[in-house]
Design a protein around this ligand. Sequence first.
Ligand code: ADP
Ligand code: ADP
Ligand code: ZN
Length: 214
Amino acid sequence: MKIVMLGAPGAGKGTQAKMLAAKYRIPHISTGDIFRANIKEGTELGRKAKEYMDQGQLVPDSLTLDLIMDRFSKPDCANGYVLDGFPRTIPQAEALTAALKAKGEKVDFAINVDVPDENIINRMSGRRCCLKCGGTFHVKYNPPKTEGICDFCDAELVIRDDDKPEIVKKRLVAYHDQTQPLIDYYEKEGALRNVDGTVDVEVVFDSIVKILEA
Ligand code: ADP
Ligand code: ADP
Ligand code: ZN
């Protein structure tokens, strides 16, 4: 099963993707997590990506596509995956469609987690992230079992540099300009499914599972 998670920054894509990956035993692939891991390790890719990420802008397609195509070639992708934060532009979506088509495959579901901009700033200000496994939590709405510690891997949680309100506003602009058009793209492909992302984490999850198992 190949799933694409769509939605604004902070809509809950990562939270849901991690739960889906566990339930269906497929990898959760987040380009944002891969970039952050590279930044932490001080790689050349990380250095380049950070310049854009710190400004709330998208990393150029060329860098992103090289990285994701390499990731798809790993053996754990054989039974599908849940993509979180990729594709984020029309050229990225077209590249994904073409790469899958060459193997006679396609995206099965593009799940659009719908959350209005008004709710986003609030969510981001309480977000806590695990740089080791990509776990995300919220101090109020989805707290970890132990404060400051990742439930999944026990690493320390951090506040992301780009979750400051002024950067979040720029990321929302980038989302509306460059990523929102993917909703139409996947509608035309017949893969789009919309879910209300404003309700509790577990309720959002149930509605996604219903869609996948319908
Ligand atoms: P969020 O979870 O808030 O949506 P991500 O972790 O997915 O954020 O992405 C953080 C940043 O990493 C983005 O603002 C962007 O700079 C960069 N990024 C992640 N994925 C992509 C992508 N597919 N294309 C371009 N830039 C990306
Ligand atoms: P994205 O990957 O789309 O950027 P995240 O999954 O990281 O979004 O979620 C953003 C923030 O909102 C996190 O702090 C997360 O714990 C919280 N969150 C996720 N889903 C919900 C929900 N349904 N209700 C309230 N808060 C949520
Ligand atoms: Zn973790």
